[in-house]
Design a protein around this ligand. Structure first.
Ligand SMILES: Nc1ncnc2c1ncn2[C@@H]1O[C@H](COP(=O)(O)OP(=O)(O)OP(=O)(O)O)[C@@H](O)[C@H]1O
Ligand SMILES: [Mg+2]
Length: 374
């Protein structure tokens, strides 16, 4: 279990700066997921931690030691790539053993390490096969075996599941999670799949265009996104963003926005659950009201009774998308499209008015100019 620190790291390729000052501090045993869209610099950051790419500015620190000038093979790091990069002419066993042989590990020790790793990944029965004789998931396991066998300080994974079909991805995701629980090794894992990030990470770094927008545990990233970009990137469907005004409601503060119901447009006013003192200066000013689709549901007496901050309002339904578990219901709030998660047994048709319920204990507010969380 090694700690990892990245100190104000920048990376330039010629004129273009692709990492613009990245800092993070990770305790040993954490599972950090770098999450972000294509081209935001995830692989570049991972390659710099591995030592495969040079650092333009800043420091990479492993277990308290600056490793900028340390050769990749002396960093005690193992990396698993998206394209498994197995040697096609070698058996599975040889593929796993190769790195050990290169480093002069004696035969007995090699045999012991390979047996342990194969058992851990349940690939004992595949050791005699060549990569071409394996399924995608089995190849991915072998690639992981090659990394695991070395018992490194840190594992780096670069989109290891993106070549697998949907079912296998989910299975392997669980395998990786179990592996981390069992070994406790520090992991840095790159993906652009926000579900993978949510399920695996102890910490998520949400990246955009060479910077980290938020670094926090998954639930915090989900519940309290630092800005609208994070709220929109994490969660499927993403967080709803409603253009609204912050209004005074007696002693309380509320969001107010327009909504059409029963053929006419009117204002909906939803009191905030726990307005902070800092919010007072936003009174009568425009804000963006953020609410996850699951906090916007069809009204039910029983649910409203156990949710102290749930508030009902009526709204016209535009489009219905049944997903089985619930029906994604498109409505218009404050002039923007929003999605509510509605019970599939609720009989409603497009154009009809539905009574909804917003759970304001999950409300977020953003500055419309900077898009940052208020
Ligand atoms: N060797 C290089 N020379 C010049 N530009 C590069 C080089 N390697 C990467 N880049 C650029 O740096 C940016 C970040 O690339 P990187 O591979 O880190 O993205 P990524 O987040 O891993 O994307 P993806 O999800 O598509 O793998 C991209 O705009 C890319 O074109
Ligand atoms: Mg990449």
């Amino acid at each position: 279990m090694a700690s990892l620190e990245v100190r104000n790291v920048r990376k330039r390729f010629g004129e273009t700066e692709v990492l613009k000052g990245i800092s993070l501090d990770l305790e040993g045993g954490e599972f950090l997921v770098l999450l972000g869209p294509s081209g935001c610099g995830k692989s570049t950051l991972l390659n710099m931690i591995a030592g495969l790419d040079s650092v333009t500015e800043g420091d990479i620190v492993i277990d308290g030691r600056v490793v900028n000038a340390v050769h990749p093979k002396n960093r005690d790091i193992a990396m698993v790539f998206q394209t498994y990069a197995l040697y096609p002419n070698m058996t599975v066993k040889k593929n796993i053993a190769f790195g050990l042989e290169m480093r002069g590990v004696p035969r007995d020790e090699r045999e012991r390490l390979i047996a342990r790793t194969a058992a851990l990944l349940q690939i004992d029965h595949l050791l005699g096969r060549k990569p071409a004789q394996l399924s995608g998931g089995q190849r991915q396991r072998v690639a992981m075996g090659r990394a695991l066998v070395r018992d490194p300080k840190i594992f780096l994974f670069d989109e290891p599941l993106s070549n697998l079909d949907a079912k296998l991805r989910v299975d392997m995701r669980t395998e990786i999670k179990k592996l981390h629980a069992r070994l406790g090794t520090t992991i840095v894992y790159v993906t652009h799949d926000q579900i993978e990030a949510m399920t695996l990470a102890t910490q998520i770094a949400v990246m955009r265009a060479g910077i980290i927008e938020q670094l926090a545990p998954p639930q915090e990233v989900y519940e309290q996104p630092a800005n609208m970009y994070v709220g929109g990137f994490v969660g499927s469907p993403p967080m709803n963003f409603v253009p609204a005004t912050l209004a005074a409601e007696g002693n309380a503060l509320a969001v107010r926005f327009a909504c059409t119901a029963n053929g006419s447009s009117g204002d909906v006013v939803l009191p905030l659950a726990e307005p902070s003192a800092a919010l007072a200066r936003w009174r009568d000013r425009p804000v963006v009201f953020g609410l996850r689709p699951e906090a916007l549901t069809d009204f039910s007496e029983a649910e409203a009774g156990i949710r102290p901050h749930a508030h009902a309002f009526d709204c016209r339904v535009d489009v219905l998308e049944p997903t089985g578990a619930d029906t994604l219901t498109y409505i218009e709030l404050g002039g923007a499209t929003a999605i509510a998660r509605v019970n599939p047994r609720r009989a409603v048709r497009p154009g009809q008015t539905l009574r909804l319920m917003a759970d304001m204990s999950h409300a977020s507010l953003f500055d419309p100019e900077t898009e940052r969380r208020i």
